[in-house]
Design a protein around this ligand. Structure first.
Ligand SMILES: Nc1ncnc2c1ncn2[C@@H]1O[C@H](COP(=O)(O)OP(=O)(O)OP(=O)(O)O)[C@@H](O)[C@H]1O
Ligand SMILES: [Mg+2]
Length: 479
């Protein structure tokens, strides 16, 4: 299944359920094996369906094929009669993930690939698997979590500051991850706080006392990257004078943060995938095999799904990393966070300069609150720092604001850009209005209701203005 199909199938599934709870089908004849699963399933706001054997499982799947998102099979169960349940289930519910629990550990089949779960037990990763499915489908949070959502939004989690709904959703995800070591993929524009969030996930995880090792996959030349990740033996290449450990070894049983994973060279994507699957690696130029048990958190500011589509990123590696996806929206889409962040960085910068926090004039505050911050939180922090370094006064005035904020204020409305220079003799209001009516109707392909909505007027008023300008209804139909 390619990414396009996957995205649409997840969306289709979510739509097909039409507000109903997604289901988890458990095929197990021995109540003992999975006795805690239904509770776990329900607490994640999925509906558990329990059957004892393959035949019941297939019947259940046939009647709920659109709603079943995960099928859990105990391979040892007496009800598994070797009737090719796995293949049949895949055909009936092609979008569902299948978790197979066997004596050697558990395997998750999802989006065409198999992933091994070798945590301390099935339960360990079960929450993370369900969370990943919910995230990808945009399924609603459980009742308890919805209750939390209704509570006053929180303004920070550790060092992460923000009170918007979207950042509060990130707080909840981080909290839900505290007992797992599930792989996390953090996506967001540059400066949105991906590394800050990765560190927070590590600090609240069972591996918090073990190393957190970060590597920027975009900053290291491709020919050195393999050695950076897996280390090298002495003499492995001309400049390898000493044996050296790679990040996988340095991280030990801790957390490895693969930053800018979208920039990883294709040949290394294959090697990384193999290490993540087999949980062992070899140093460059060496024969010895080393076991690894790191928790992976990856981050990227490129759209990885798109990179998979264009063939720049391997789909199997993407699925392996995208177990729990976290997307951080750009700051311009969560403007409610700006005042808090602004106050925070004013206090931090003033503290560093050992001076009182300065006041802002109304105009300065307005410009800072309404700027679009293409560089996100990092840009906000930098702007505040620059202002404080250059402005010694108790109150900050507009002359200390960087040029881009002034530019923004000059082009605050789209019209400012459209009418950059008036023709000699100016333009009549009526001409502008007539042109605006024509262009808006062109945009809506003659749909007057839609045009009226865009223009912020009633349909009756639109008809009146059209007739004022001699633009008849028939002419408008042709537009
Ligand atoms: N919500 C936030 N609250 C407080 N500080 C934040 C927040 N988001 C980001 N920052 C700060 O902004 C700066 C940039 O954050 P970070 O390095 O985590 O971004 P990033 O997404 O990894 O960026 P890049 O893609 O460029 O590597 C850091 O100094 C970080 O502490
Ligand atoms: Mg970063």
């Amino acid at each position: 299944m390619n990414t396009n199909q996957m995205v649409t199938s997840e969306a289709r599934m979510s739509k097909a359920m039409n507000g109903k709870k997604p289901m988890v089908l458990i095929v197990d004849d021995r109540y003992r094996t999975f006795q805690s699963l239904p509770r776990l399933v329900s607490s994640n706001d999925f509906e558990p369906l329990w059957v004892a054997d393959e035949d019941q499982g297939l019947a259940m799947l046939n009647s709920h094929s659109n709603a079943v998102t995960l099928i859990v099979i105990d391979i040892n169960s007496a009800g598994m009669g070797g009737g090719g349940f796995f293949q049949k289930a895949r055909r009936i519910a092609p979008n569902a993930a299948i978790l197979i629990a066997g004596p050697m550990g558990s395997f998750l089949y999802q989006n065409g690939g198999f992933y091994e779960y070798s945590g301390p037990g099935l339960k360990h990763d079960f929450n993370a698997i369900l969370m990943g499915i919910s995230q990808k489908m945009g399924v609603k949070d459980s009742h308890e979590k919805q209750q939390k959502k209704l509570d006053k939004p929180r303004q920070r989690l550790g060092e992460i500051i923000g009170k918007s709904q979207s950042i509060n959703a990130v707080y909840r995800l981080i909290e839900n991850l505290t007992s797992t070591s599930a792989t996390v993929l953090i996506q967001g524009e540059s400066g949105t706080g991906k590394e800050l969030i990765a560190r927070m996930i590590c600090q609240t995880s069972p591996r918090r006392k073990l190393p957190f090792v970060a590597i920027n996959c975009g900053a290291i030349p491709a020919n050195l990257m393999e050695s950076e990740l897996f280390g090298h033996e002495r003499g492995a290449f001309t400049t390898a004078m000493q044996q050296r450990k790679g990040k996988f070894e340095i991280a030990g049983g801790g957390t490895l943060f693969l930053d800018e994973i979208g920039d990883l060279d294709k040949a290394l994507q294959v090697k990384l995938l193999r290490v993540l699957q087999e949980k062992e690696f070899q140093r460059v130029g060496g024969n010895a095999t080393y076991k690894t048990d790191v928790r992976i958190i990856a981050a990227t500011n490129v759209d990885l799904k798109n990179a998979v589509k264009t063939g720049q990123f391997r789909d199997d590696l993407f699925y392996r990393l995208n177990v729990v996806p976290i997307t951080i929206p750009p700051l311009r889409d969560r403007k409610e966070d700006i005042p808090l962040l602004l106050n925070h960085f004013l206090a931090v910068s003033a503290g560093q300069l050992k001076r009182p926090v300065p006041a802002l004039t109304e105009e300065v505050a307005d410009l800072l609150l309404h700027y679009s911050y293409p560089g996100n939180v990092r840009e906000l922090a930098n702007i505040v720092e620059r202002i404080l370094v250059t402005c010694p006064n108790k109150e900050i005035t507009t002359q200390y604001l960087p040029e881009e904020l002034h530019r923004k204020s000059r082009t605050a409305t789209p019209l400012a850009g459209l009418i950059s220079q008036l023709p000699e003799g100016g333009i009549r209001f009526q001409d502008v209005e007539k042109e605006l009516l024509v262009k808006t109707l062109e945009m809506t392909k003659g749909n007057k209701q839609a045009a009226a909505k865009i223009l912020g007027i009633t349909r009756r008023r639109l008809y009146l203005r059209l007739s004022d300008y001699g633009l008849s209804t028939t002419e408008c139909h042709q537009m």
